[in-house]
Write a protein that binds this ligand. Structure first.
Ligand code: CP
Length: 333
């Protein structure tokens, strides 16, 4: 379906995308269906549409990123928006400027969308309360990474044709993972079964309260799952010089996905990883590059999903501003 046709059918009224916990199943499907329309643009000889011409998108990144930052930049460029890239290193935050002051000063240059990554949970939400521009959360601490989960769902749907009824295992450092949380919220809303797998210190039982199943035994769960999403140990969110398990070798032995372990899995198991990979720790090189892996498909899907998100939030923001202006005109009469 073309983006134009999708535009007439999608119901989306949110100015911001802060997380998937707050979205309905219909809103999540609206993003995935819009992304499907936009994915076709990447196959054209001229891979650009004028949809956001004259709009400005800022990447406001206070944490490192390869995939998310570059694909938001490319997504905005494919939609013909102007793109500004802010990274905290080299910025005036080193002189004491706050997050809100930084964002408000950039907004004063005339910005339509802030794409925000920050180590503090809730950073995108805080900015959405201080800015007129749309805010998209590109990862806030261990809270949420909504576009990562959306591209994960998009990839699963493309590969297996559905989400409802699938059994998805998310394996690894769940306690510190924004990717796990966003995936969990979205997968459950769309009717998938989710098992979180890892050592008890990294997969606390309290996740059951969110509707997940919890397992500490990857070998026991593997034969039953349709999709396995392998996560990196988030060393940067654990205490310095401390690990929540005896050693990396021990972790890898119990929870690393290897060819030997895959022999227990369904023949059409889908293997995912949000990146960056720690090859030889949570996933072996053979599995990462093997026939079950859709890791690079996930990256490609990220472009279409981020084009859809930018398009939807800009549209909703414009509608809201027009409605506000109409109300002010009425009040003035
Ligand atoms: N998956 C992901 O968020 O990767 P980056 O940190 O490279 O953006």
């Amino acid at each position: 379906m073309s983006p134009r046709a999708e535009r007439q059918t999608v119901a989306w009224n949110r100015r911001h995308l802060l997380g998937l916990a707050e979205l309905s199943a219909e809103e999540i499907l609206a993003i995935l269906d819009t992304a499907r329309g936009f994915s076709e643009i990447s196959k054209r000889s001229v891979r650009k549409v004028p949809t956001l011409r004259g709009r400005v998108v800022v990447n406001l990144f206070f944490e490192n990123s390869t995939r998310t930052r570059l694909s938001f930049s490319l997504a905005a460029q494919r939609l013909s928006a102007d793109v500004l890239d802010f990274t905290s290193s080299g910025s005036s935050t080193s002189k004491g400027e706050t997050l809100i002051d930084t964002a408000r000063n950039i907004e004063a240059m005339g910005v339509d969308v802030f794409v925000v990554r920050h180590s503090a949970p809730g950073a995108a939400d805080v900015l959405s309360r201080h800015l007129d521009a749309a805010v998209v959360n590109a990862g806030d601490g261990a809270h949420e990474h909504p576009t990562q989960a959306l591209l994960d769902l998009y990839t699963i749907r493309e590969r297996l044709g559905r989400l409802k009824g699938l059994h998805v295992a998310i394996v690894g450092d769940i306690a510190h993972s924004r990717v796990a949380r966003s995936n969990l919220y979205a997968l459950l809303k769309l009717g998938a079964r989710v098992t979180l797998v890892g050592p008890p210190t990294l997969v606390p039982g309290r996740f059951r309260e969110l509707g997940a199943e919890v397992s500490h035994d990857l070998d026991a769960i593997l034969p039953d799952v349709d999709v396995v999403n392998m996560l990196r140990i988030q060393r940067e969110r654990q205490g310095k010089n401390s690990l929540s398990f005896p050693s990396i070798e021990e972790y890898s032995r119990r929870y690393g996905l290897t060819q030997r372990r895959l022999k227990r899995a369904k023949p059409d198991l889908v293997v995912m990883h949000p990146g960056p990979l720690n090859r030889g720790v949570e996933i072996s090189p053979e599995v990462a590059d093997g026939k079950h892996s859709v890791i690079l498909d996930q990256v490609s899907a990220g472009l279409a999903v981020r084009m859809a998100v930018l398009f939807l939030v800009v549209g909703a923001n414009e509608r809201e501003q027009q409605e506000r202006a109409a109300l002010l005109r009425e009040a003035a009469q």
